[in-house]
Write a protein that binds this ligand. Structure first.
Ligand code: SAH
Ligand code: SF4
Ligand code: F3S
Length: 542
């Protein structure tokens, strides 16, 4: 049934989704599906979706509209919605969008091949019978509230862990950079956020699995690894409580968090903390030249983890640690569990440990802010402006509050900041951040920085469409290395990042193939800066 079927998968949302898409495509490819970067060539079109703001969902709804029109011409087309929107919107989505053949939540992705197979069979049988597939034919795998019920956790997680463990790692399928999941789900329940509902309870992967995955990636030529978790610094695995099923150590449910403590109040419980995990990866897989992690939660970031970062030259001096608001009253309503004072204490502590511009190792911070949260006054907003000015992020994502059904804020707090005010505050905060980003970028001019080269710049990709059928296949948002990336003619512009995650653009020198630079760390002298982007030239690529 699957042989020769062609799949297109488009990914929305966060890095977690990009990694999920990579795992899903690896799994489908190993089963004989062909993958295509163009939806038009596909007889199965999948969307890995995000539900974090309404805008993210709108994009998917518009894609589904396009597919509904296409399906009238091609009744055999199969359309699937995967990820957080499938989980959040569930069967409502299927009821409103008859084009959807299958739904698969982020905690059920291991079941996708079976769902696809069933969907294809049922559809084919119904078309052969001469009537359109009806709703009963649809394939649905959602966790619902199951992951928060302990009894079902072990079984569910066992399968998902196997999907991570089965990750297909090929030496040619990456640009030198990879994501590695350390924690799934989230237990924080910030009042605005769908993630605890869509991704389920916080689960920590066994440290040996994580280190092994890093090692396998490094063996395949990956030199940059980004560890993923919603509250990545809460990572903690208790060895005394580890459970093994069928020879596989099971991931572990998150517990009440004890920052920086190596020993649990329960004597004899040995744990791998986040600090321990960072140190293990850094020391045991030295081929990974850049190790970073997202997203950090501002609370419970222990000195132990900062000390490991300080002592580990291959761990990046970069922290993405969203504040969300500069007002204590708003933070309380958001259920963030810290005050502005506590947030700033962490920022100061992190800088005291890690900010060493004189050694060429500044600490770069990135943030997220929400404007227009219910009840946000002009004073609350002014406090958010002050926070940005005080913290000086190298970049900060700024979002207008979007009420999400199923969250506490949606159910209990009126969305009372008018859209015009949200927009005004959004623009004002962007302007403040713009100035700060610009100043930070200007401060880099004249320096020589190590740049991890990710690929052709966006401008270059537009200018150089893939030649003669060689297509750059996008997997997990990254561009696979293909013949299309080889420099042809004039020096192509390349894009990369510094250790502190600043974006750098530079031209490949004449006669140097872009492919020879992609996936490497090269020295670039910064000549000018334009807000979020640095421009420079390569110093002897060696
Ligand atoms: N785990 C991360 C955030 C994951 S969601 C953390 O806690 O920092 C990514 C970002 O989306 C959040 O940091 C927040 O700024 C934004 N966001 C989440 N829900 C939102 C909503 N309902 N409206 C607007 N922005 C939201
Ligand atoms: Fe959402 Fe809060 Fe969890 Fe981040 S920590 S994923 S914002 S609930
Ligand atoms: Fe979106 Fe789900 Fe990530 S809601 S931000 S894809 S965890």
């Amino acid at each position: 049934m699957t042989a020769g079927r062609t799949v297109h998968l488009e990914t929305f949302g966060c890095q977690m989704n990009e990694l999920d898409s990579e795992l899903v495509l690896g799994q489908l490819a190993s089963l004989g599906y062909r993958l295509t970067p163009s939806p038009d060539d596909a007889d199965i079109v999948l969307y890995n979706t995000c539900s974090v703001r309404d805008h993210a969902e709108q994009k998917v709804r518009s894609r589904l509209g396009e597919m509904a029109r296409r399906k009238r011409r091609e009744p055999g087309l199969i359309v699937g919605v995967l990820g957080c929107m499938a989980e959040r919107d569930g069967e409502d989505l299927i009821r409103r969008m008859p084009v959807v053949d299958l739904l698969c939540g982020p905690a059920e992705l291991d079941r996708l091949p079976a769902l696809l197979d069933n969907a294809a069979r049922t559809r084919a049988a119904m078309l052969a019978d001469g009537h359109a597939a009806d709703r009963s034919a649809r394939q649905v795998a959602l966790q619902g509230a199951a992951s928060r019920r302990t009894a079902t956790l072990a079984a569910a997680e066992d399968r998902l862990e196997l999907l991570d463990l089965s990750r297909a790692i090929s030496p040619t399928d990456h640009n030198g950079s990879a994501y590695v999941r350390i924690t799934r789900g989230c237990n924080k329940f910030c009042t605005y956020c769908v993630v605890p509902n869509t991704r389920g309870a916080e689960i920590h992967r066994p440290p040996d699995h994580i280190v092994d995955e890093c090692r396998r990636l490094a063996d395949a030529g990956v030199i940059e690894v980004t560890l993923l978790g919603q509250t990545v610094n809460h990572y903690r695995f208790e060895h005394g409580a580890a459970v093994t099923v069928g020879g596989v150590t099971q991931p572990q449910k998150g517990r009440a968090f004890t920052a920086g403590r190596r020993r649990d109040p329960l004597a004899g419980v040995r744990a791998t903390t986040f600090a321990d995990l960072l140190k293990r990866i850094h020391d045991e897989v030295p081929a990974i030249q850049r190790l970073r992690f997202v997203t950090s939660y501002p609370r419970d970031f222990g000195d132990d983890a900062l000390a490991v970062m300080l002592d580990s030259p291959r761990i990046c001096r970069y922290l993405h640690v969203p504040a969300q608001s500069g007002s204590d009253a708003v933070l309380r309503r958001m259920n963030r569990g810290y005050t502005v004072g506590e947030y700033l204490e962490f920022v100061d502590r992190a800088r005291a440990f890690l900010h060493e511009p004189e050694n060429g190792r500044p600490l770069m911070l990135a943030g997220d802010m929400i404007v227009g949260f219910p009840g946000e006054t002009d004073e609350d907003f002014a406090a958010s402006v002050r926070l940005l000015e005080r913290v000086r992020y190298k970049n900060c994502f700024i979002f207008k509050y979007s009420p999400r059904p199923g969250t506490a804020a949606h159910d209990r707090l009126a969305d009372d900041v008018p859209e015009t005010v949200k927009r005004r505050r959004n623009n004002a905060l962007l302007a403040v951040q713009h100035t700060i980003s610009d100043e930070i970028a200007q401060g880099q001019v004249g320096r020589t920085v190590g740049v991890f080269v990710e690929g052709l710049s966006a401008r270059e990709r537009k200018r150089r469409p893939a030649p003669g059928g060689a297509v750059a296949l996008t997997v997990g948002g990254r561009e696979r290395r293909t013949a299309a990336l080889v420099a042809q003619g004039a020096s192509p512009q390349l894009a990369g990042r510094t250790d502190g995650d600043l974006i750098v653009l530079f031209d490949a020198p004449p006669g140097v193939a872009a492919d020879d630079l992609i996936g490497r760390i090269v020295p670039v002298r910064i000549e000018r800066a334009d807000t979020l982007t640095l421009f420079g030239s390569l110093i002897d690529p060696g």
